[in-house]
Design a protein around this ligand. Sequence first.
Ligand code: ADP
Ligand code: MG
Length: 325
Amino acid sequence: ELLSNRIAAGEVVQRPASVVKELIENSLDANATDIVIQIEDGGRELIRVVDNGSGMDRDDLLLAFEQHATSKLFDMEDLTAIKTLGFRGEALASIASVSRIDARTCNNDMGEGFRLLINGGKVDRLEGAAMKRGTSIAVRNLFFNTPARKKFLKSANAEYRHIVEIVRRFALARPNIRFHLSANEKDVYILPPEDLSSRLNRIFSKRLTENCITVHEEEPPLTLKGFMGTRELVRRKSGEQYLYVNGRLVTDRMMNSAVYAAYGGHLDKGEFPFFVLYLSLPPTEVDVNVHPAKTEVKFRSEWQIYQFIRRSCEVAMKEWTGDSS
Ligand code: ADP
Ligand code: MG
């Protein structure tokens, strides 16, 4: 089986929110504990992500924007054991080819960093820059050189909402990490490092968190934890459902249907419950065949995972009393 078949290719950059996603993933992969996201005009004018991660040296900074340059996959045979969020090495190169980049990075405590300017994929300038350890990547004028794609961008407000949703997904995935999102210099989220339930409280309304039941089951090596909404939170449209596998947000039919099965008769046709659930299992048990736009997973023992999720949610459901409407 060819490696290229296993790594789903495709367009990395569809809209400002996809840029935000890739930049945050890189910050997390660099072990950042503090991530600042600044956007202007729904990300169409500016997207800047600043982290306090490992940073890069001069050569890595240049390499980072080359196609298929990744520092993350050491064993190309073993795509099943990927622990980082990125591994294709195409995000920054793709983003750089359709925007103006100002990237700054420093990997030492002496404050000796570098700044790289790229214009539509062409390196403009590389110079020294004094800064603290970490990386700051500013993406300006997305699609300035591809008018056809630029035309497909939605209004600033619509693109803004997509970005908020992306940041929210990461914030839920990593409550221990500080996130700060601002739009047009106004704060949207300031999230200190905290535990999962207080992160949930900070992101969602009180009504939502008050109407959740806790899920927490362990059957080594499997763990499922998180929250399931009660009847109060049933919606007519989907969207407020978050499934994480080993800290990575996924879309998975099987996992969804296991949760729905646990709701059983409490859900009518065309109704969608709210839930945030985290599944942990050994990395070798799951194949993260990541498509740039959506994340699909393949489990080695699907049936076992299905049963485990369903059982765990059913245990939690038993605590859901006094609501049978
Ligand atoms: P991938 O994440 O798939 O490796 P990217 O194009 O997203 O590919 O990034 C290319 C490389 O640039 C990464 O492998 C990493 O070495 C480096 N890099 C990107 N962003 C950061 C960051 N915020 N901090 C440190 N290194 C980074
Ligand atoms: Mg990446």
